[in-house]
Design a binder for this molecule. Structure first.
Ligand SMILES: [Mn+2]
Length: 258
């Protein structure tokens, strides 16, 4: 497997890209297992300069780990580096979030789905239940882009005061976040015109500029502790390249001064 931007492995890097080709419970289109390698391959095509930020984000130091395939290994990842995990199905967020101290920590979830099902196909550890499992130890979940959910999920959200924004209002979203934030980006949160290749596509999603404006604001106003970008189900260049660019934007926002 290639590395992000084809950069050599580098111990002192501040940003660590972790490929997680984990797919166990996808329910519709399969192929998220190929997501990480497609993002790494597409990252070769990126321009290194970010004109919005006026920096070359790679200069912060980026390294790519060998792929991690098990959820238990993810929970043991170190916290002294800024980890961006590449999925794989959304289930991988659970161990990635669990490894942090939950005090003053919000989870910003960009997603078409609430992922709040008690269980899915009888499985409690499913991509469609991942945020429900997170909510069992941290209810500070802020959801953006959600447009497909069951009534049970809707009721659970209300009862447990999960902050689900059905309207896109950046100021209100950022205000609802605690001091520290973990960002989980399910690529189906984007409109399918932006990223068509996802396991469970849903029309009416967020646009590229909207997501970037939100992320930029979150990184400048809060301490972001880690990120994941999940559910790419690659079949064409557009989605893989866009996902790679998103990852590089995350590196850029992380490395620009607050
Ligand atoms: Mn999801």
């Amino acid at each position: 497997m290639k590395t992000f931007l084809n950069l050599p492995k580098f111990r002192e890097a501040k940003v660590v890209i972790v490929p997680v080709p984990y797919e166990s419970t996808t329910s519709y289109k399969k192929g998220t297992v190929n997501g990480p390698s497609a993002i790494l391959k597409a990252s070769n095509e990126l321009y290194l300069y970010d004109h919005e930020l006026g920096i070359e984000p790679y200069s912060v130091g980026i390294t790519t780990l060998d792929p991690v395939k098990s959820l238990s290994k993810l929970e043991k990842l170190k916290k002294d580096k800024f980890v961006i995990a590449l999925g794989g199905e959304h289930t991988i967020s659970l161990p990635l979030i669990k490894r942090f101290d939950q005090k003053d920590l919000s989870i910003l979830q960009i997603d078409a789905h609430a992922d709040m099902k008690g269980a899915f196909d009888g499985n409690k550890l499913s991509h469609a239940s991942v945020m429900r499992r997170v909510s069992e130890f941290n209810k500070n979940i802020v959801q953006v882009g959600v447009r497909a959910l069951d009534k049970d999920e809707f009721d659970y959200i209300k009862e447990n005061k999960i902050k689900t924004f059905f309207e896109f209002d950046i100021a209100k979203i950022v205000k609802s976040l605690k001091k520290r934030v973990y960002i989980s980006i399910d690529l189906d949160g984007f409109d399918p015109s932006v990223i068509p290749d996802v396991g469970t596509p849903e029309p009416g999603g967020l646009l590229w500029d909207e997501v970037l404006s939100l992320l930029k604001e979150v990184f400048s106003k809060r301490e972001v502790v880690g990120c994941d970008v999940v559910e790419l189900c690659p079949s064409g260049e557009l989605s893989s390249y866009t996902a790679a660019k998103l990852v590089y934007k995350l590196v850029g926002y992380y490395s620009s001064p607050r």
